[in-house]
Design a protein around this ligand. Structure first.
Ligand code: 4AD
Ligand code: MG
Length: 465
């Protein structure tokens, strides 16, 4: 007989004479004449109540059905007499597939998130993580839907690369050389010409440069894949391996880029609100009481746009004692970003036109301002509770200006020859951005630590699972 998922059973429009379910026991309660078993199969937050009568031939099995055990149940779907659920199952057959004994670590409730991280192989079976990973799955689908419906093509950027897309030198090396006795150059350095790819190679920090290649051919593209950063940041919003969505649009400027980013974030929130309502309600109850109101608010209002120069003025007029005092030309720190979005504007804010000196080499150089200061057409989308979730820019499409920027960043032209070629042959104004998928999930769920929205977190000092 075909299996019915718990979610499908909850959504049933009438009773069913025969139903077959498979899943894991969440709790069991024994009365004199019957037992209640709560079965969860991950298809929904809410489990399904199974009633097993003591007169059933299989009843002795029930004694082995402890929390965590896997079971199979045949029975009838009937209207529940209990409150809080529409349907329950009266078992006609009940079988334990795999037992779990008293050492099963996920007993009842009250586990800390830190403890659950240590049992990352079992935490998807908890209410919280079941909800997180269902939302994660749905959100990934919504990403593709958003772009596919708008005529964007999905590009698979390579994971192994020889170029540093951000020019920040925070890359993990990929090598098959023997670390004990690598081949050396006459000068005594490791000779990567002898390595697998005959050059130094790394895990990618961003698929942007490859996306630019495709945007200059297919016009509207996006990447969605894992990216890696060897920055030693032990914060609640940094992971060494995270997923990023990077759209890239030909014939587009910074304004078009900011419009796309705003529309995209709103689409994702609208989608999870529609398709993951029960999970979001759970987060609103147990994780972040203001979540649902905040998501509604984000959908209703346009995001604020504020230039970097205005942002610095606001920060300095705030009367705050900043841990990192800020002057024009400085990077905005997390405390500044959070002040702008959480306290000053109290809504998502796109900060644009940053100083040229603090941004990546590929960003388009603006005309100097009245005071002769140089900015680039960059933008960061900041949201309450997290800070930056999107970073993007219009790209420098002028060959001479790009070469000058690369020189300023100390980048050699040779490894970027193909990137420069895009400016030699049919160059176009183009723009794009990167959305950190985990940060978006934190925003959508209210979960405060990036380690709790990715199946297996990679952070400095941890790669257990
Ligand atoms: O601002 P970033 O570094 O921009 C880029 O990588 C550009 N190449 C994007 C583009 O224009 N195509 O990163 C983009 C986003 C950040 O806003 C943040 O959400 C996320 O990626 N991010 C991280 N998320 C988790 N852990 C980290 N260590 C992250 N670093 C960046
Ligand atoms: Mg950034």
């Amino acid at each position: 007989m075909q299996r019915t998922l718990v979610k499908t059973a909850h959504d049933a429009t009438g009773p069913m004479d025969a139903i077959f379910l498979q899943g894991w026991v969440r709790t069991r309660r024994d009365a004199k004449a019957f037992s209640f078993v709560e079965l969860n199969d991950g298809s929904s937050l809410k489990g399904l109540q199974i009633v097993v009568d003591a007169s059933l031939a299989d009843y002795p099995q029930v004694a082995r059905a402890h929390t965590g055990a896997s079971v199979e149940v045949h029975g009838q779907l009937v209207e529940s007499k209990g409150s809080g659920q529409k349907w329950e199952v009266v078992a006609t057959q009940f079988k334990v597939v795999g037992e779990a004994d008293g050492t099963y670590p996920l007993q009842k409730k009250g586990h800390t998130l830190e403890f659950l991280r240590e049992i990352a192989h079992l935490r998807p079976r908890s209410n919280l993580f079941g909800a997180v990973f269902r939302v994660r799955s749905r959100l990934a689908y919504a990403v593709h839907q958003f772009f596919q419906e708008r005529g964007f093509h999905y590009v698979h950027a390579p994971i192994i690369t020889a170029s540093d897309a951000e020019g920040a030198g925070e890359m993990f090396r990929v090598s098959t050389l023997d670390p004990k006795s690598p081949p050396l150059t006459p000068e005594g350095a490791v000779d990567y010409a002898e390595d697998f790819f005959a050059r130094p190679t790394f895990l990618t920090v961003s698929g942007q440069l490859e996306a630019e290649i495709f945007a200059c051919a297919l016009s509207n593209v996006y990447t969605f894949g894992p990216t890696f950063r060897a920055e030693n940041s032990n914060t609640s919003r940094h992971a060494a391996e995270f997923w990023m969505i990077e759209p890239e649009v030909a014939f587009c400027d910074l304004n078009g880029d900011m419009d796309l980013a705003e529309e995209f974030v709103k689409h994702l929130i609208r989608d999870v609100k529609t398709h993951c309502a029960a999970d979001l309600e759970f987060f609103g109850k147990f994780v972040d009481k203001e979540l649902l109101a905040r998501l509604d608010f984000v959908l209703e209002k346009p995001f604020v746009r504020c230039s970097y120069t205005e942002a610095v003025e606001i920060l300095n007029a705030s009367g705050r004692q900043w841990e990192h005092p800020v002057q024009w030309g400085d990077n905005l720190q997390a405390e500044h970003e959070r002040y702008l979005t959480e306290e000053h504007f109290k809504c998502p804010v796109t900060v644009y036109n940053y100083p040229r000196a603090i941004k990546a080499f590929y960003m388009r150089v603006n005309a100097p301002d009245a005071q002769g200061r140089e900015t680039v057409a960059a933008m960061d989308l900041l949201v309450p509770g997290i800070g930056e979730i999107i970073g993007g820019s219009q790209r420098e499409e002028r060959l001479d200006v790009l070469r000058e920027s690369m020189a300023r960043h100390g980048l050699e032209e040779k490894p970027y020859w193909w990137y420069l070629d895009l400016r030699r042959y049919g160059t176009v104004p183009h723009a794009g951005f990167g959305l950190g998928f985990e940060r978006m999930l934190m925003f959508a769920t209210g979960v405060a630590n990036i380690r709790d929205v990715i199946p297996f977190a990679r952070t400095p000092g941890t790669a257990e699972f």
